[in-house]
Design a protein around this ligand. Structure first.
Ligand SMILES: [Zn+2]
Length: 93
C-alpha cells in the first residue's frame, strides 16, 4: 500500500500534477489488482520493452493467450480506463 502510494505520487509528479493521466498507467493505492493476485509477465532479456504494447507481438504473449486459467486484465478499450497492458495478467476462476 505504501509502495503503491509512492509510485502513484511519483507518477502524478511526472505528469505535471495531472491525476487523471497519471491514473491511466499507475493506479492509486487500494485500486491495484496486484494486491489480489494479478501479476505482470515479460519476455526474458526484454527489460522495459515488456511494459509496452510491443509485448503483444511476442511469442510469449501468444502462448499466454492459449491458457484457459489466465487472461489479460487491461485489454484495448477496457472499462477501467487503463491503458492497454498486454503484460498484466489476471487469474480466471
Ligand atoms: Zn500490472
Amino acid at each position: 500500500m505504501v509502495k503503491q502510494l509512492c509510485l502513484h505520487l511519483e507518477k502524478i509528479e511526472s505528469e505535471k500534477g495531472n491525476i487523471t493521466v497519471a491514473s491511466r498507467s499507475l493506479v492509486p493505492p487500494a485500486y491495484s489488482y496486484h494486491s489480489i493476485g494479478d501479476f505482470d509477465v515479460g519476455k526474458k532479456g526484454w527489460g522495459h520493452q515488456n511494459f509496452t504494447a510491443n509485448f503483444a507481438r511476442t511469442e510469449e504473449f501468444w502462448q499466454l493467450q492459449k491458457l484457459s486459467y489466465v487472461s489479460m486484465r487491461y485489454t484495448i478499450g477496457n472499462g477501467d480506463g487503463v491503458r492497454f497492458e498486454p503484460w498484466h495478467i489476471k487469474i480466471v476462476s
